[in-house]
Write a protein that binds this ligand. Structure first.
Ligand SMILES: NC(=O)c1ccc[n+]([C@@H]2O[C@H](COP(=O)([O-])OP(=O)(O)OC[C@H]3O[C@@H](n4cnc5c(N)ncnc54)[C@H](O)[C@@H]3O)[C@@H](O)[C@H]2O)c1
Length: 258
């Protein structure tokens, strides 16, 4: 028996990076997994490699897509027990004084508004039988950095959206747990793009120096790998965390401990 046997999970933005590793780990633990993303080729390839991982094309900023994606999950796998709001982008490094409202909204619509949409439709799908919602925030939802104000605002919003929902679920008598997870630096495409933008904006010295600096600033002496984060998601998804809701699981090699 796997730790997630009998459960169905939904992961937004799961075609690559952390989300793809979450899908593989949850699948290893016995879950059926619906992966959604705007990256169709990558998502379909991941699904094709695994029985019981399916893919659905889904832009998380579109409410009708959420309804269709969750309905498809219920149709294919017969229910929904775990929702991971994982899709995300970074800001392009522009300082606040030069950022347009359009740039701001691009980040907050994917990194915060879409998490609200996922929670809304996830709760509707899970309120009868209960479940676990895991919102992927960041250490940047806890501490700040230069050139990423929109990202910080969105990820900080996710942190407290999570706590508000955790209390609300209890008040409404729904057996739905809602927790946030706060990864530190893992060299996915998102982080590589973020570092490149920061270097171009003059916020970081150079790409290699940035990676060295982040590694040196991590007490455990290395950057993260996707498995570090996926293992935390499996725990929050499983019944091992059944007395946890409204909590924030930081997995960052100690970066924010100092
Ligand atoms: N990598 C890190 O160090 C790190 C640290 C903290 C938090 N995070 C968070 O982890 C999550 C996953 O990031 P990652 O590092 O794997 O990056 P990634 O770029 O590899 O993956 C993000 C995924 O989100 C998808 N996505 C973007 N916009 C979308 C949209 N509108 N609709 C549907 N899907 C969309 C992308 O196509 C991509 O597959 C993000 O929320 C990110 O903010 C990552």
């Amino acid at each position: 028996m796997g730790r997630l046997s009998g459960k169905t999970a939904f992961i937004s933005g799961g075609a690559r990076g952390l989300g793809a590793e979450m899908a593989r780990r949850m699948h290893q633990e016995g879950a059926k997994v619906m992966v959604t993303d705007v990256l169709v080729e990558e998502g379909q390839a991941l699904a094709a490699e695994h029985e019981n991982i399916a893919f659905f094309t889904h832009d998380v900023t579109n409410e009708a897509h959420w309804e269709a994606a969750i309905a498809k999950t219920q149709e294919v796998f017969g229910g929904l027990d775990i929702l991971v709001n994982n899709a995300g982008i970074t800001h392009d490094g522009t300082p606040v004084e030069d950022t347009s409202l359009e740039q701001w909204r691009k980040v907050t619509s994917i990194d915060l508004d879409a998490v609200f949409l996922g929670c809304k439709h996830g709760v509707r799908a899970m309120k009868e039988n209960g479940g676990s919602i895991i919102n992927v925030s960041s250490i940047y939802g806890i501490v700040g950095s230069a050139g990423q104000a929109a990202y910080h605002a969105a990820k900080g919003g996710v942190r407290l959206l999570t706590k508000g929902m955790a209390v609300e679920m209890g008040t409404l008598g729904y057996k739905i747990r809602v927790n946030s997870i706060h990864p530190g630096f893992v060299l996915t495409q998102l982080v590589r793009d973020g570092i490149k933008d920061a270097v171009e904006a003059g916020m970081m010295p150079g790409e290699n120096e940035a990676v060295e600096g982040l590694t040196e600033a991590t007490p455990l002496g290395r950057l993260g790998v996707p498995l570090d984060i996926a293992n935390g998601v499996v725990f929050l998804a499983s019944d091992e965390s059944e007395w946890m809701t409204g909590s924030e699981l930081v997995i960052d090699g100690g970066y924010t401990a100092q």
